[in-house]
Design a protein around this ligand. Sequence first.
Ligand code: 3H9
Length: 677
Amino acid sequence: MSGNPVTVEIRDGLAFVTIDNPPVNATSQAVRAGLADAVQQVAASDAKAVILRCAGKTFVAGGDISEFDKPAAEPHLPDICNAIEASPIPWIAAMHGTVLGGGFEIALSCAFRLALPDTRFGMPEVNIGIIPGAGGTQRLPRLAGVETATNIICSGGMFPAAKMLEAGIVDALMNNLEEAVTGFAADLPPLPAPVSQRPVEHPGSEWFAAKRAELEKKARGQLSPVQALEAIQWAATLPFSEGQQRERERFLDLRTSDQSKALRHAFFAERQAAKPELIKGAEARPVERIVVVGGGLMGAGIATACLGAGCSVHILEQNEEGAEAAITRVKTNIDGAVKRGKLSAEKAAAQIARLSAGSDYSAAQDADLAVEAVFEDLQVKKDTFTRLAAAMSEDAILATNTSYIDPELIFEGTANPARCLGLHFFSPAHIMKLVEIVHMPETSAETLATGFALASQLRKIPVLSGICDGFIGNRMLAAYRRQADYMLADGALPHEVDAAMRAFGMPMGPYELQDLTGLQIAWANRKRQAATRDPKERYVTIADRLCEMDRLGQRSSKGWYRYEEGSKKPLRDPDVEELIVRYSAEQGIERQAFSAQEISGRLIAAMVNEGALIVEEGIAASANDVDVVKLYGYGFPRWRGGPMHYAESRGTGEMAALMQSVANQSPNSWKISKLLS
Ligand code: 3H9
């Protein structure tokens, strides 16, 4: 990149304006200044058209998010967009890569929009808690209609160029962009009316009301999608200039909002988590052939994800029947993706062609990496790795998907432990984004780098974790559930706890979630932990009692709730509530009422405290990593940024005081992190 990120070249009667601002050509202040100059420079030239293009892998991917903590600095993008649109010389956007946010808004101000066929478009502003701020909410409805504009802007999604062409947003798709655009510019079609001057068809206030209700339900507390809808509604009711002014005011307001700060924190935290210090400079090994041991729900999910990333997968099962069942499970996952329109039938067939299964470990001999997803039992896992190590080369990577067992015990005695690590996927593994990459002291940086590279190949979000019971995510979940159980014993009921956590923004409360996933795994863990549990720690046995009564969740038609046949709707169960009240009485506890805020405050405090301990102990490299785990593995509301960001935004003092009161309520049960005091 030269000093100036925007250059102008006038050649053969055409002006070429090139933005070169790696990595993603964001419209930083320098780019905006360069564009403002370019507008004037070309207006004063004798060029008959301007071609706006970008160097590197992408067109402009939006405003520069790293500038959003500072006050907005001139020149402002809406003014530049207006100047491009008003230019006496027509501007042509020549687009490739991703055309996002402010980049899309610049393109909407051009007279023509041309793109490579594999370009993707989107207005992802709502994902970072803002709305488009350079006329996007006002121009897009004028170009493509309110409904299409709403789908693009309020979803924050990315859309293929073919869809944009169909919607009339892009004028043409061209293969040899540079040459084709130059040809197009040399022989321009008649100029269309500037987008800002086109009329908008109002779909009716009922349409807006219904859309608003739909967005509110989906957003679970996130405000930006509804705010964006309101701005689109201005496009349908106000002159452009007024609509644009209101859009700008709202954009600036939202930029400083807590939600936007939290969502921006999440954006940078997940990128930072993917590049831990420990793998700096280490080279990842290519992974093409993968063996997955165990073709149950988890193993089949891992296999599906690996196939989707272009790897070949062999599943090892105990016998041929098990192997066949595993293949069926993977095929069902792949079929599901086809049915949901996520995968073409052709790609699905290619994935299935790369899948095999059997029970003979010699099939693992050429694999680059093996992931074990067998029964959560130390001896079974140890035996699996003994057989894998014997079959595979001594530097093939060995990964355990254990959720709780110490990988050091699992890999004890394995030759070359530097190639061993944990790859902790979350179920269903072909859908859930999070992978905890668990390192042992012996694990080499190269092995870890390979784990991170594989995760990104699988389009997952990797987070490094050291070793502790439950690693980062499940250890925090255990603390959260423990506090929830304390609250049941002290006076709350499951539906109150669940409602409070949903109101906080969680997709589900802890009890309905346990019913959905089954109570038995956590029960087995509690039994395993019993031997080492501090006898002075408060231990509430309500969950154990339910398990002993075979109330194991939805699959047994009853758990914390009861379920009517064929229904997944949790219904309050007087038997469970009676059991809870009886438990309190047995313990001599006088039950008290808790407000939803008290419940969520205490549960989150317990979660934050555990996260802080995890950072304090060095299990997580940073509080950011803890946030990423909770955002991607446990549905923590992204617009709150993750538990650690949330705690920081509330003030650690407030969180410390809350945690102290939680600890006082259940003496000897909580260690409070030094980071909270
Ligand atoms: C906006 O446009 C507002 C306007 O409406 C109004 C203005 C008035 N800013 O994701 P990657 C960095 S709001 C600053 O790993 P990929 C990113 O942090 C904006 N930095 O690559 C990373 O840095 P590092 C609306 C940005 O190929 C590096 O680039 N736009 C920005 O997997 C590579 O990123 C968005 O929200 C940015 N806008 O994906 C787009 N974008 O290497 C957000 C990226 O130091 N961006 N960086 O970690 C994306 O969705 C993806 O980055 C993209 C590339 C698809 C572009």
